[in-house]
Every structure is written in structure tokens, then in C-alpha cells.
Design a protein around this ligand. Structure first.
Ligand SMILES: Nc1ncnc2c1ncn2[C@@H]1O[C@H](COP(=O)(O)OP(=O)(O)OP(=O)(O)O)[C@@H](O)[C@H]1O
Ligand SMILES: [Mg+2]
Length: 487
């Protein structure tokens, strides 16, 4: 739009400027030509009269008469030069301006035409020459008028027109920019709201704009679309939540009955015992999946209860890892835990139950796909705007590493999707996981206002990093108070 406006202004000003310049030049030059012709004819008549008088009296030489007549003609205008060809010779009033200063085309025209006018430029500047044939005495009278003042006027006019054209173009560009900004501003609002909705803020709507009917229609249909989208998303989330809820009770009964049967498995035939083991493993897997689904759908419907507590990052991670290892069937070697000493005064606001679930899932994955977690680092992350408490906002990064094959680059974003199982899962044999573990991790971390990502550990292997917002505790806070309780 800016370019179009600027181009439009440029084309218009070039057009207007050219027309104005040509018209003015035509008018001014035409007027000067008329004046020059009139003057030249008048002077030619005077010169003719002087020569005729001389032919009758012959008191002084012809040259004296002609030069004096030409000088009289020149004195009429300060910027004129008169020349006369008489009897095959040229006569001039001032020696500095003779017939050699005239353009050859004018001299040629003088031989044939009765009268001729020519505009030309020589060393003295722009000139108009008027040539008149004086037939009775077989002479040619030429008078040259300097028009450098006219040329100067036209140069000034050209400069003014070019400047005006440039100013108009710049003004056109500015106008285009303003107009495009003004006409696009409603779309800026739409895009801001669309980004907010895509970011999960489903309650965001466009403000009504009653002044502009086109905009009002757009606003209404956009908001209606978001209403329907929100309703649909909430309905789907409620459905998943309801289904998981309904499945939970029969599954609990099934698991309890299986436990009873497992107690008596010694009395069963080997084939029935094997069948019972398979059934029990699948029911437990099913139960876990339903539990995970219920947890995810709760945060989808916005009914997740988060009970935040102030904790020290190092202590939190150590305790969560110990708890995670207790819940793993085969915990393996304990990972090396390193906590940045700088984090001594940093506090996190976390839901301990959810955080333990996050660490359990990461440790479980490390055990499953990477031969067990080898190290857990707790570092200070970049400063965050919202610390969620008193003191300066900061962030804490907790990374869990293993020495396994790692997560392929193409899978690093997708592993956090629901039901996504990667390459590693199938190498180990299908049937163990459901692909909800990392989705749940991402959901829990999101509820804390943090983020999680996967990359490659130094020396190969997978590294999962969680970044949680934290804050620096006040000076007077008791820095040695231990964590009150652990769920
Ligand atoms: N430490 C790891 N090393 C390599 N790949 C991993 C690691 N952790 C996760 N992955 C990949 O990410 C995928 C998704 O993990 P996620 O925990 O979400 O699901 P899962 O382990 O397959 O099932 P579950 O729901 O039982 O945890 C896995 O299938 C695996 O391919
Ligand atoms: Mg997993």
C-alpha cells in the first residue's frame, strides 16, 4: 500500500510537472520570440532607411553609415547584437560578435527565406536569432537576442517542480503507510486474539467494534467461531474425563478380583496361571492409562487442583528422585545429583505430588529406553518475569540424562504428544507403554507455568529438561528450615 501510494504520487507529480514545465516554456519562449521579431523588423526598416539615405547623399563611407545604424539598433536593447550582410560582406556593430557566432543552419536559411527565427545556445548562452531579408537593397539583417534570463527562469521552475514532486512522493508514501496501518489495525487485533486462543486462552474474544459495520460482522463471526471451538473442545475434554471416570470403578473391581485370584495362583494349572499373569499385567496397564487420561482430562477441563508449596529446588529434586526410585520395579544405579550452590536462596512454588509424578515418568523412561538415569542437574535458568512470589524472578532448570540411544531429533517435539510412542518404544517391544507419560509431564509442568524439552546429553543419550519459574527468598527467611512434609 505504501509503495502504491508513493508510486501514484510520483507518477502524478511527474505528469503534472512535465505539463506545467512544457506549457510555461512554450508560453515564455513564444512571447519572447514575438517581441524579438517585432524589434528586429523595426530595426531592419531603420537600417534600410539609413542606407537608402546614404545612397542618395554619399557624404561618408558606407561602412561608417552601416556601423552607426547597427549601433543605434543595438542601443535599443542591452542584450542584442545586430549584423548586416550587404554587398557580399558582413558588417557588425561590436567586433566581439560577428557572423561566426551564428549557427550554420541559420546562415543557410537566411539565403532562402524572407524571414527566419532560430533559438540556439553558444558560448554566450541561450539566444534567439531573427533574420530579415531587405530586398530593396539586397541585404540581410540579423539581430540576436540573449535569452539567458529566460533559461534561468526555466531552470528555477524545473528545480521547483522536481522538489515539489519529491515532497509529494514522500508525502504519498507517508499517507500510504498511515492508511495501511489504519486499515490493518483491526487485523492486528484479530491476529493477537488468534495467537492467544492458539496458546490455550480459549476465553479470549475480540472487543465489539460497532462503529464499523464491516468490522462488526468480522468480530461477530470470529467470536462465534471461537465460542463453537471452545464448546467443542470442552465437550471433548468432558467426554474423555467422563469415560475415564466410568472405567475406573469396574477396573478397580477387576484388579481387586485379580489380586484374590493371584493369591490362589499356586492352585491353578500352569496354563491358567500364565493366562492370569497376562491378564493382571494388562489390567494394571489399563488402570494406569485410565489414571493418566483422567489426570490429563482434568487439566483440559480446567478442573485440575494444584496445591502449591514453597520449596528448595535441591531438596525437592532429591526427595522426588528417591520417591521415584521407590516406585520403579527395577530402579538400578542411583543417578548423580548435582545442585548449583547458587540456588541456595532460590525457592520454587510447586505441587509436590505432580512434581514427583514428573520425575517418576522421566526416571521410568530413562530406565526403560536409556539404561537408567545417570545424572540429574539442578541449575539456575534465565531470569523470568514472574517469580510467583516476593523477591526477584528467576528460573530453575532440572535435567535428567541417560546414556541410551537418545531421542532422534525428529521426535523431540512429538514425544510430548498424547499417545505418541517413538522409535525406542518399538525397539523394546510394543505393549509396555501407552505414550501418555511425557504428555502428562508436559501438562504438569505447564500447570506450574514452566516448560519442558528434550535434547541430546553431552556424550550422547537423552536429556529431558524442565524449566520452572522461581524466586529469590528474602534475606530474613530462615535458610535452614527443612521441608515440612513430603506427600
Ligand atoms: N530416555 C529416553 N530415551 C529415548 N527415548 C525416549 C526416552 N524417553 C522417552 N522416549 C521416547 O519418547 C516416547 C514417548 O514417551 P512417553 O513416556 O510419553 O511414552 P511411553 O514411555 O512410550 O509410554 P508411557 O505412557 O507408559 O510412559 C517413548 O515411546 C520413547 O520413544
Ligand atoms: Mg514413559
Amino acid at each position: 500500500m505504501t509503495v502504491t501510494f508513493a508510486l501514484g504520487a510520483l507518477i502524478l507529480s511527474v505528469l503534472m510537472g512535465t505539463i506545467s514545465y512544457l506549457t510555461t516554456r512554450h508560453f515564455l519562449v513564444g512571447e519572447r520570440e514575438t517581441t524579438s521579431i517585432n524589434l528586429a523588423f523595426k530595426n531592419a526598416a531603420q537600417v534600410q532607411e539609413d542606407i537608402v539615405l546614404h545612397q542618395q547623399n554619399k557624404t561618408k563611407p558606407i561602412k561608417t553609415t552601416i556601423v552607426s545604424a547597427l549601433s543605434t539598433a543595438d542601443s535599443g536593447t542591452a542584450t542584442a547584437h545586430s549584423l548586416l550582410r550587404y554587398g557580399g560582406a558582413w558588417y557588425v556593430a561590436t567586433l566581439s560578435y560577428d557572423e561566426n557566432a551564428l549557427p550554420p543552419s541559420l546562415l543557410r536559411a537566411l539565403g532562402t527565406d524572407a524571414a527566419t527565427t532560430q533559438t540556439f545556445v553558444n558560448a554566450t548562452g541561450a539566444q534567439i536569432a531573427v533574420g530579415v531579408q531587405i530586398h530593396p537593397i539586397h541585404a540581410v539583417y540579423v539581430e540576436v537576442f540573449t535569452i539567458s534570463d529566460l533559461a534561468h527562469t526555466l531552470r528555477v521552475l524545473l528545480l521547483a517542480l522536481v522538489s515539489a514532486g519529491l515532497v509529494t512522493t514522500v508525502f504519498g508514501a507517508a499517507l500510504g503507510r498511515w492508511a495501511s496501518g489504519r486499515s490493518l489495525s483491526p487485523l492486528t487485533g484479530v491476529s493477537r486474539v488468534a495467537v492467544a486462543i492458539a496458546g490455550g486462552e480459549l476465553g479470549t474474544r475480540l472487543a465489539a467494534a460497532p462503529a464499523d459495520p464491516d468490522l462488526a460482522a468480522l468480530t461477530t463471526s470470529f467470536n462465534r467461531m471461537v465460542d463453537q471451538l471452545q464448546e467443542r473442545i470442552e465437550r471433548e475434554a468432558r467426554f474423555t474425563s467422563d469415560v475415564s471416570h466410568e472405567l475406573r470403578s469396574p477396573l478397580t473391581t477387576l484388579a481387586a478380583s485379580l489380586e484374590v485370584l493371584e493369591h490362589q495362583s499356586a492352585e491353578l494349572a500352569p496354563s491358567s496361571r500364565r493366562a492370569l499373569e497376562l491378564l493382571a499385567a494388562d489390567v494394571r496397564r489399563f488402570q494406569r492409562m485410565v489414571g493418566d487420561l483422567l489426570e490429563i482430562s482434568r487439566s483440559d477441563t480446567g478442573s485440575a487442583d494444584v496445591s502449591l508449596e514453597e520449596v528448595r529446588p535441591g531438596e525437592l529434586v532429591r526427595r522426588a528422585i528417591a520417591a521415584a526410585r521407590r516406585s520403579l520395579p527395577d530402579p538400578g544405579a542411583e543417578p548423580a545429583i548435582w545442585v548449583d550452590p547458587e540456588l541456595e536462596r532460590v525457592r520454587l512454588s510447586v505441587d509436590k505430588r505432580r512434581f514427583e509424578r514428573v520425575m517418576t515418568n522421566l526416571m521410568e523412561n530413562a530406565a526403560h529406553y536409556g539404561g537408567g538415569a545417570t545424572s540429574v542437574r539442578v541449575d539456575r535458568g534465565p531470569a523470568s518475569g514472574d517469580g510467583g512470589g516476593t523477591g526477584a524472578g528467576t528460573s530453575v532448570r532440572i535435567s535428567v540424562e541417560d546414556r541410551g540411544p537418545g531421542v532422534p531429533e525428529v521426535e523431540r517435539a512429538r514425544v510430548f504428544e498424547r499417545f505418541y510412542r517413538g522409535h525406542a518404544a518399538f525397539q523394546r517391544g510394543a505393549g509396555t507403554g501407552t505414550g501418555l507419560g511425557l504428555a502428562l509431564v508436559a501438562e504438569h509442568v505447564r500447570l506450574h507455568g514452566g516448560r519442558v524439552w528434550a535434547d541430546e546429553a553431552e556424550g550422547g543419550g537423552a536429556r529431558f529438561t524442565i524449566e520452572l519459574p522461581g524466586h529469590v527468598a528474602d534475606e530474613d527467611e530462615d535458610a535452614t528450615a527443612p521441608m515440612a512434609r513430603w506427600p
